[in-house]
Design a protein around this ligand. Structure first.
Ligand code: ATP
Ligand code: MG
Length: 263
């Protein structure tokens, strides 16, 4: 990809839908395609941080210090065990930022501001959001060009989406008019159940343009990889999960390429 950095928030306020799994593995797959990728862990749970092999209790410079202006974001960037992928780690103290940032000027725009100096150094910035629509996620959606929404293939999958779509509309009105829905990715698809297929069909009916063709299967290997601190492409490169995230990376790049004016 040529030109400026594309910033994508991976968000859904519903918990456990595959945001972090997608952030890590899509990030690694994009890097394997030659993209320079920065992953920002914007969740106080710091699952992307530990899933990439860092000890979340020993992070000295995290996204928290960057957001409150203690260090430049660049100084919180660390390499991980995967070529082309860098990480701004999180730490549990980020939980305090929800409250501390209330008193700061332009508190919704902190992330956008602190990201400015790294523009151009990366092709893509992926932001792994927490399961909330609080100030941290609002910062991600304000800094982003697009949002990727993972949806788990399960009963009532669409129920929580209304809140998220409302939030996106509010962010467009007040903070980030250009925010796009880059795509919806269906996760944890279980081919043995009719329910998974029904959920995919329902989402496809409502969001035919947004839904990615690539569907992420439910796979034990995907859930094991983070405990080894590695993306699936490293832990089990030929597994179904690895194949799916490579396809998703290709589909995303095609989508971004066809939308960007200088592609
Ligand atoms: P949270 O809202 O807490 O941040 P999340 O949306 O980031 O959660 P993940 O942490 O990616 O979700 O996934 C939730 C759990 O499901 C994790 O244990 C993860 O390993 C597992 N998981 C995610 N995707 C898959 C998959 N495709 N197959 C099997 N397990 C998966
Ligand atoms: Mg997560």
């Amino acid at each position: 990809m040529k030109g400026p950095t594309t910033v994508l928030a991976i968000a859904n306020q519903k918990g456990g839908v595959g945001k972090t799994t997608t952030a890590i593995n899509l990030g690694a797959a994009l890097a394997a395609r030659g993209q320079r990728v920065l992953l920002i862990d914007l969740d106080p749970q710091a699952n992307a941080t530990s899933g990439l092999g860092l000890n979340k209790g020993q992070i000295e410079r995290s996204v928290y210090e960057a957001l409150i202006g203690q260090v430049a974001l660049e100084r919180a960037i660390t390499g991980v065990n995967w070529d082309g992928l860098d990480l701004v780690p999180s730490a549990i103290r980020l939980a305090g930022a929800e409250i501390e940032m209330v008193g700061l000027m332009a508190r919704e725009q902190r992330l956008r501001r602190v990201l400015e100096p790294v523009q151009g150094r990366y092709d893509l910035v992926l932001i792994d959001c927490a399961p909330s629509l609080g100030i941290l996620t609002v910062n991600a959606l304000t800094a982003a060009h697009g949002i990727i929404i993972p949806i788990q293939c399960e009963y009532l999958a669409l129920e929580a989406l209304g809140h998220l779509l409302n939030t996106i509309a509010l962010i467009r009105d007040h903070l980030n008019p250009a925010l796009e829905i880059t795509g919806i990715v269906m996760t944890m698809f279980d081919a043995r159940t009719n329910l998974s297929q029904q959920v995919v069909d329902e989402v496809r009916t409502h969001f035919p343009r947004e839904i990615f063709q690539t569907i992420i299967p439910r796979s034990v290997r995907l859930s094991e990889a983070p405990s080894h601190g590695r993306p699936i492409l490293s832990y089990d490169p030929s597994s179904r999960g690895a194949v799916a995230y490579r396809h998703l990376a290709d589909e995303l790049l095609a989508r971004l390429g066809s939308r960007s004016p200088d592609a």
